[in-house]
Design a protein around this ligand. Structure first.
Ligand code: CNA
Length: 394
């Protein structure tokens, strides 16, 4: 990765609305016809979420070059509090419908995963500030906080100070710093999909950072493939959008383009819903009345551990559990008398002002009085209404 930005940023351009609409229609037709449609995203898709880019006129590096770095900081939204944009949500819908075959992103703000993109659908080439992984067994962990070390250290030291819950190995942050190599499997997957793609749409990138920018370039240089770029500034591979491929270089905001593209595809952009998945398991010895309930979060894939709770309190217990995974000991008299339920009060990290939520967990006993089936709860939070919707999985 290269760390550079000119003092005077190349100008940003926006085409008139009717031109944007015309190009959106052409692009929608291309998407419909494509066999392997991929998208490549950059910092420009998150500027409308309040996260500044690097090289735009108000970008972090542009302002730093001009001695105005404090302005970038004062305007920026904390990434954990940022909401996925219409562009992020349009990509989720295209993924869910099987239209988008793969997503390559240079962003480390975590918004793609937060919006609902599945882990196997994306190469986060430069990492994700909310993701850490085990040095020994590679297990991943998603955190609702910056997954970096809480103490000062060199940037080359990626240890976060936490340990893997599976094997006890050292956890490492996933951020790629300047001069560091990208994770080989992540880059390999991005390259594989670029070779296969017959349509690549670049959204919000200056395309100046190698080796990431080689992915869209691969598509642009293929004879029977189309490269489309939507970016406010010029990019070094604009010429690969092709003269005969009219309208594939779009000068506009990615949200404006994606709203129009989705209209032409006849698809709605879903509203952002914060999707939390909670695993609850009761363990212990029923005969001796020594039981415990284990509560933890997982990502939308149902596997990757996700830390989004601050505490869990069991009704009838004096203290809340504050360490993830949350394990609380209880006795039979903690159960709701009529229904055999545990009432668990969940306290969230609360970046979207999520209120506490009480989950009533019906304990499953089998014929022999054995306990222990793990149950997943689907907790969906609407940040606009401030409401939770809870559903127990099978
Ligand atoms: P960049 O070099 O800062 O380029 C961003 C481009 O987006 C610029 O050319 C802007 O003109 C353009 N742009 C800004 N807003 C919009 C918009 N609404 N619609 C269309 N275009 C827009 O960033 P790149 O992603 O190209 O460079 C890769 C770097 C930036 C990676 O190493 C990232 O980690 C790094 N970065 C990431 C984030 C993030 O995760 N949100 C933020 C800032 C920088």
């Amino acid at each position: 990765m290269a760390n550079c930005a000119p003092k005077i940023a190349p100008p940003e351009r926006i085409e008139p609305d009717h031109v944007l609409d015309h190009k959106a229609k052409l692009l929608a037709d291309k998407i419909r016809a494509a066999k392997h449609f991929i998208v490549f995203t950059g910092a420009g898709i998150s500027t409308s979420a309040g996260i500044p880019d690097f090289r735009g006129p108000e970008g972090v590096w542009t302002l730093r070059k001009q001695g105005r770095q404090h302005e970038a900081k004062s305007k920026a939204v904390e990434t954990v509090k940022a909401m996925p944009t219409p562009t992020h949500m349009a990509l989720v819908e295209l993924q869910n419908r099987g239209i988008l075959k793969y997503l390559i992103s240079q962003n480390c703000d975590g918004l793609h995963r937060k919006s609902g993109i599945s882990p196997e659908m994306i190469s986060e080439l430069h990492g994700n500030s909310n993701r850490e992984h085990c040095r020994d067994c590679s297990k991943e962990y998603l955190r609702d906080f910056r997954a970096v070390a809480p103490y000062t250290k060199t940037v080359k030291d990626h240890r976060t100070g936490r340990k893997c819950a599976d094997c006890g190995g050292v956890l490492l942050d996933s951020i790629i710093n300047f001069g560091e190599f990208l994770w080989p499997e992540v880059l390999e997957s991005a390259r594989k999909h670029s070779k296969k793609a017959d349509l690549c749409l670049v959204l919000g990138s200056s395309l100046t950072v190698p080796p990431a920018n080689e992915c869209p370039e691969t598509v642009g240089r293929k004879r029977k493939a189309t490269l489309a770029i939507c970016n406010l500034q010029e990019t070094p591979i604009d010429f690969l959008c092709g003269e005969e491929e009219e309208g594939m270089r779009v000068w506009g905001r990615t949200d404006d383009l994606m709203v129009k593209v989705m209209e032409h595809l006849g698809l709605e952009i879903p509203k952002f819903i914060l999707k939390r998945r909670l695993m609850v398991k009761v363990e212990g010895d029923l005969g001796k009345d020594r039981l415990s309930v284990r509560v933890g979060g997982v990502d939308v894939d149902g596997k990757t551990p996700a830390t989004f709770l601050q505490s869990v309190k069991l009704e009838g217990s004096r203290r809340a559990a504050k360490i993830d995974p949350f394990v609380i000991a209880f006795r039979m008299d903690n159960l709701d008398e009529d229904k055999g339920r545990l009432k668990l009060e969940l306290e969230f990290m609360g970046h979207f002002n999520e209120p506490n939520l009480v989950v009533e967990h019906e304990v499953d006993w089998d014929a022999e009085g054995e306990i222990g089936k793990e149950v997943m709860y689907f907790l969906d939070y609407n940040p606009l209404t401030g409401e939770w919707k809870t559903e127990r999985g099978e």
